[in-house]
Write a protein that binds this ligand. Structure first.
Ligand code: AMP
Ligand code: MG
Length: 487
């Protein structure tokens, strides 16, 4: 176990030089306080969890002090925002502090979001507010616990520094940890500015650092693109299976590693609604829940375009065509597990589609609790438990009869089945209203609710005594919360 002072830096991205990022010092926030830390994210760096209590911890992660080996840089990228190309984005308020090499030899980016102005701040103030920092922290760690690949969050520090959004708020910083912060938009930037030499260096960096297996292939770049397609197909399948809406799937928010990245006005579905739009500035519903699948493919096509100087168009097209079938296979696999099926049967897909149609008819089918209750045994009792939430009861009864018959063909005891289903169907999920309540307490200086929510959501599949309030259906007001897009 290490102390903060023991961390070893090896800043590979910084060494790419000034065409890729700009050296910028963090601008400290005042009276920093640690709001919440994640022991499991600290473990990625071999950090002793007790380090979170040290005085230097909040100072480091609020820009008030820095390791001598850190090399803070703002990265340049561009991207397609709501379908339109924006030629210059970049880290407008976040800094890559450096890359830490842990004892296992893994590199982890430390990225401090809310660290002040950079050459890419455009009209922004370089800051992040407490509310959005807590939301990013909670989601990063919860998605990871659900088995959904995500950038991680090590901590949130709050401050007394005022920040103006719709009203006066306070500045905060969130320390993100990920193997890389390279986005699709990094490749687009060098492609559209015709800096093909830099595009090549970026690709070689990403290949060597993050896709070393592809280097042995005949066409490493193509192999890398194919792997990006595969990882995204699996990622989006997990989002759809667990009811996660990202909300801002711009290509600058898409990680080259296929991890969930850049959290904004995201939401987990409460009542199931395939057309749910969690981003209130998304008038056309471009990033609605069900659109996440075609949009991911659209984003991969935008990445493919940026790779055309180094990969032929035909193989790029062929690789892109793998996305949908791969997505469908992963999704079917995940949903089978959620329904308690270990065997693969022909009619499973149709059974799943019928279920989603029944949920879509309205009523009050809480997407998370439905699957949790379905894990009760026997199946006949489980379907009775969830029945009243559906509108078309005769149709539901027909589905339930087919489901029970299908379940009866599964091997194993009722106990094993309950355990198997509870291990993939969370009891606790990060509902917007839960985050909102914890945020309001933190805004009043009480961080205990954020810490408790984080603890509960880090073990979403395990029933935790005394934590029943986090496993309830949302109150009516909680279902219709408008999450501010300003952050
Ligand atoms: P986001 O919507 O958070 O993905 O950000 C899109 C772009 O706007 C990125 O280039 C961000 O760095 C930049 N940005 C967002 N908020 C701010 C801010 N308050 N100050 C400076 N840049 C910002
Ligand atoms: Mg972003």
């Amino acid at each position: 176990m290490k102390t903060l002072a023991d961390l070893i830096f090896d800043n590979r991205f910084a060494r790419l030089g000034d065409d890729f990022s700009t050296s910028v010092m963090p601008e400290p926030i005042d009276e920093p306080r640690l709001v919440v830390a994640s022991p499991s994210a600290m473990a990625l760096l071999d950090l002793d969890p007790a380090e979170a209590d040290s005085e230097v911890f909040a100072k480091l992660f609020s820009g008030n002090t820095l390791w001598s080996d850190a090399e803070p840089r703002a990265m340049v990228y561009s991207g397609h925002q709501f379908g339109s190309y924006n030629p210059r984005l970049g880290d407008g308020r976040g800094l890559l502090l450096g890359e830490v090499r842990n004892d296992a030899g893994e590199h982890w980016d430390l990225h401090l979001k809310g660290a002040g102005m950079t050459p890419y701040s455009r009209m922004g103030d370089g800051r992040a507010v407490l509310r959005s920092s807590i939301r990013e922290f909670l989601a990063s760690e919860h998605l990871h616990a659900l088995g959904i690949p995500s950038s991680r969050a090590l901590c949130v520090t709050g401050s007394s520094t005022p920040v103006w959004r719709e009203k006066q708020e306070t500045a905060a910083m969130v320390l993100r940890v990920a193997p890389s912060h390279v986005r699709f938009g990094h490749f687009e930037y060098f492609y559209y500015t015709r800096q093909h030499e830099q595009l090549k260096r970026l690709g070689e960096h990403v290949l060597a650092s993050h896709f070393p297996g592809c280097l042995a292939e005949d066409e490493p770049w193509l192999a890398m693109f194919r792997e990006v397609v595969e990882r995204n197909a699996e990622l989006i399948a997990r989002w759809q299976a667990y009811g996660f809406c990202h909300g801002v799937m711009n290509t600058d928010n898409m990680s080259i590693l296929g991890i969930t990245f850049d959290y904004g006005p995201y939401a987990f579905l409460d009542d199931f609604d395939a057309n749910h739009i969690c981003n209130h500035s998304d008038d056309a519903g471009r990033y609605s829940f069900s659109n996440q699948v075609p949009i991911a493919q659209w984003n991969l096509a935008a990445l493919a375009q940026a790779l055309t100087p180094y990969i032929d168009v035909e193989p790029l097209r062929d690789s892109l065509a793998l996305f949908l079938p791969l997505y469908q296979a992963h999704y079917l696999d995940l949903m089978r597990k959620r329904l308690g099926f270990t065997l693969a049967e022909e009619g499973d897909d149709a059974l799943i589609q019928r279920l989603l149609q029944l949920m879509q008819q309205g009523g009050a089918v809480d997407y998370t609790l439905f699957f949790r209750h379905l894990g009760e045994q026997p199946a006949e009792a489980a379907v009775r438990h969830v029945r009243d939430d559906f509108v078309d009861l005769p149709a539901f009864d027909a589905w339930a009869a087919d489901y029970c018959a299908r379940s009866a063909r599964e091997p194993g005891s009722a106990d094993a089945r309950r355990q198997r289903m509870h291990a993939v169907n969370p009891l606790y999920v990060l509902r917007n209203y839960l985050a909102q309540q914890a945020i309001e307490a933190a805004e009043q200086g009480d961080d205990a609710p954020v810490r408790e929510l984080h603890r509960v959501l880090s073990q979403p599949f395990t029933e935790q005594p005394g934590m029943e309030k986090y496993a309830q259906r949302p109150p009516e007001w909680g279902k219709h919360l408008e999450i501010s897009c300003s952050s």
